[in-house]
Design a protein around this ligand. Sequence first.
Ligand code: PGA
Length: 253
Amino acid sequence: MRVIIVKDYDRMSKLAAKFIADELRRKPALVLGLATGSTPIGMYQELIRMHKEEGLDFSKVITFNLDEYIGLPKDHPESYHSFMWKHFFQHVNIPESQIHIPDGTLPMEDIPAYCEWYEKRIKEVGGIDIQVLGIGRDGHIGFNEPGSSLGSRTRIKTLARETREDNARFFDGNIDAVPKYAITMGVGTIMEARMLLLLASGPNKAEAVKKTVEGPITAMCPASIMQLHPKAVAIIDQEAAKYLEREYEVDMG
Ligand code: PGA
């Protein structure tokens, strides 16, 4: 895995946006795998700035989001649909028909067939070029919680207590309001992307980053599977990198 240690959140965000912008200029019909959470917000802001100030063109881009809660209406403020429109899609020129976010409003019994369709759509458009990833404190990528099969595909996943506790801050601190289930791309789905771009910032992520980069590959830290990917880049700020013991690229901007 290529690890780049950066000064802070701002530098992480700008460097991540630059990776995407460089690829997008080379391949206008880029297929982007996107993530939600606090981590990629700065990256989206920088991409929006590049769109508005430098004319970075997203008109041919196709996107697939990693995951979505089950049971929240799409217009619920904490749905990942709302998140993506608020933080990215409403500010750039990706046609709506080219945007894919798992549909968490379907009845449970219809979701497995829907997940198969989602996988098929990714293949139909030629696969994901760059998959952006955050990491959970428990080492999850997407909502692939510890114990997830490292070969898993898009499916329903039960959220870990740790994840629901972390996300309770978005639901007025009420863990009972956090959905219990989500649709997530599988670890196997993620690993088929041509490039993985993992972002991590802050001391809360330091332990998960250490396990991901320097620990054994294990389903108990799903992000550790990135060690097997031929083109995985992790951009980690100093605080999240504080437990790493080996030598890495350093970019202090
Ligand atoms: P965060 O979430 O970016 O809000 O820290 C990351 C994740 O849970 O994957």
